[in-house]
Design a binder for this molecule. Sequence first.
Ligand SMILES: [Zn+2]
Length: 428
Amino acid sequence: MQIENLFIKRTKELPADATTSGHKLALKGGYIHQTGAGLYTYSPLGFKVLQNIEKIVREELDAVGCQEMNMPVVSPLSLWKETGRESIDVLLKFKTRAGIDAVVNPTHEEIVTDYVRSILQSYKQLPQSPNSLCLYQIQTKYRDELRARAGLIRCREFMMKDAYSFHTSWDDLNNFYNIILNVYHKIYDRLGMKNVIDILAPTGDMGGKISHEFQMVSEIGEDTIYTCSECDYRANKEVLTDKDADDILVCPKCGKPLNKLRGVEVGNIFQLGDKYTKSMSVAYTDENGKKQIPVMGCYGIGVSRVFGCLLEQSEDESKAVFNMAVAPYKVHIISIGDGEAKVLAEKLYADLTSAGIEVIIDTTDDRAGSKFANADLIGAPIRAIISPKNIEKGVFEMKYSGLLKEYSEQISINNIFDGVMEIIKKEQ
Ligand SMILES: [Zn+2]
């Protein structure tokens, strides 16, 4: 990509509601455009990051046998009446021209359960963990929130990965639930998210028995989390206030003091049991020919919120920091001045592109300072800077700026392609 062709708007005058560094960076860097309150358009640059996040989520879920599918954005209200959820507050309802009461789905338990009941007959279709039946999608959701904030952190429309598993027993559900819990940690690790912890969570509107939230510990978070100073007890404030309203500062497990933190929820998992399968009459025939109701789990990751969190953890509102897997471009080539620097830059760009590397190149006449500032906003971990001064010395400057480290090297100009490829391999 030639930087001058990248069709994005770098917002200079930030709106008053952009109070967090991540929200400011999202607008300054041209990753998102606010279409309406709580409604964002992902620019060609922002959409690349979103797709890279999705790719990691897909790879890890596919690796444990989850099956990707796609369900409609809109569903008939009648499905929500079956489970008694037709009145939950975030549900956006409308009537179609044909007179059908419909919902813009904030989540898909009813829709996936309807799909499963149309197919499920035998216990043989519900293999045991680790091969349990788990269906997922990555799709736009809409929640009719009263207030939106912090850009991608709390929007009305957002991108979500939602997965649903079905089991013949609570034991099997529990085993699979623990597999997904570990998969989630692997996903957040690969995304380069720092400080994500799993905590006990309230079950709320979802019903069911056990639930965990994955929280990115951060001052900008809306959730209050308590972690034990001694044992592994970690919980959302709502769990503690449910059970122990008088004395919320002491660990219910070991009695030691609890630490109070703030967090942004980036994922949640629930053991739903038969709440949906029972009310929607899902059944299968067991080994003895008897009708049974399957139990269910559901597993969400707020994909666009993860994007917002990655920008938050960059901390500097003028500098995006991504790991190689998530960065919109892996290499950013900058040439200073015309002549040989430009020729070398274009040659490097062609060679890296042929090798399948996502590269952005800046051979414009802009001042060097403004080129570097744009490179900071785009966040490619590797920068190759080619200037006449360095060409004289027979080198170019290679800067690496990743999540945990920064370094720069001078590499021989004769070795320009191999030099960059080596860093790509090393930092992957
Ligand atoms: Zn404790």
